[in-house]
Design a protein around this ligand. Structure first.
Ligand code: UDP
Length: 245
């Protein structure tokens, strides 16, 4: 379904993992995005971002607000699929299939801590590389070369939206493995603050807060400077309500 013009796919964690597996086997480059109200509102004014979200292989319903808006339109999305949790599920799958995982983004040192935590949690997981880098255009070619050399099947990019999603749309096609150069395809996903959560740089909301659909409020309280960004939530609620009428 579409919410204010942005496609949201009704998938569970399991289905998202199955889709990733099928795409990696099939070959080529495939992008996943984690749609939340901030994404939807940013896409209203940002044509490039809107086009990126229209061309992705999968847009998971990352935000509780998205699930709510779909419900108002009469479609009950079966699950909220939080980007950080999907990343962890995909890493579990990667360990089973011996896929190579690359972690790009966040502040220097954070991706390395995420790698250490992931390897501890999933025996046999192959971290093909970690790098903070930045989404700046000047660095793009060098970063692409670095990731390419690591030959990952899964690439997680933590530059925040929409930079990470635009970065992937531009560069993922350049990361398709060449003939005979390892396993089929590559799946890339923008994961926002997920590295910070897994590395423990930021504390994730307790499970009960997540279940109460109040993770956004928890983040607002811990990072008050977010208030300006989170006005998007209010604008989203109003626009989604109008759309449903
Ligand atoms: N980030 C980065 N380079 C940049 C801007 C952001 O590596 O130029 C990282 C930042 O360190 C954080 C993530 O991108 O780890 C964005 O996190 P945020 O919580 O803002 O993302 P959200 O989950 O809200 O999309």
């Amino acid at each position: 379904m579409h919410i204010l013009g942005v496609r949201v796919d009704d998938v569970t964690y399991q289905e998202a993992c199955d889709i990733a597996e099928a795409l990696i086997r099939r070959g080529g480059a495939h992008q996943f995005a984690t749609v939340n109200p901030e994404f939807v509102m940013a896409a209203q004014e940002d044509e490039e971002f809107r086009a990126v979200l229209a061309s992705t292989a999968l847009n998971v319903p990352d935000g509780a607000g998205v699930v709510w808006a779909a419900g108002r339109r009469g479609l009950k999305l079966r699950q909220r699929v939080a980007g950080v949790d999907l990343m962890l599920e995909l890493c579990a799958l990667a360990a089973r299939h011996r896929w190579r995982v690359f972690l790009l983004g966040a502040q220097p040192g954070v991706a390395e801590r995420v790698a250490a935590a992931l390897v501890l949690a999933h025996r046999g997981l192959i971290i093909a590389g970690t790098y903070a880098g930045s989404p700046r255009r000047e660095e793009e070619m060098a970063i692409v070369a670095r990731v390419r050399a690591a030959r990952p099947q899964l690439l997680f990019v933590a530059y925040g939206a929409p930079a990470q999603d635009k970065w992937l749309a531009r560069n993922l096609p350049l990361l398709i493995p060449a003939e005979g150069e390892g396993l089929g395809g590559i799946v890339g996903m923008g994961v926002g603050g997920a590295f910070d959560f897994v590395a423990g740089v930021q504390k994730r909301a307790p499970a009960w807060v997540q279940r109460a659909n109040l993770e956004w409020l928890y983040r607002l309280m811990r990072q008050p400077w977010r208030w300006r960004r989170q006005t998007a939530l209010v604008r989203f609620a109003v626009a989604a309500m109008l759309e449903s009428f």
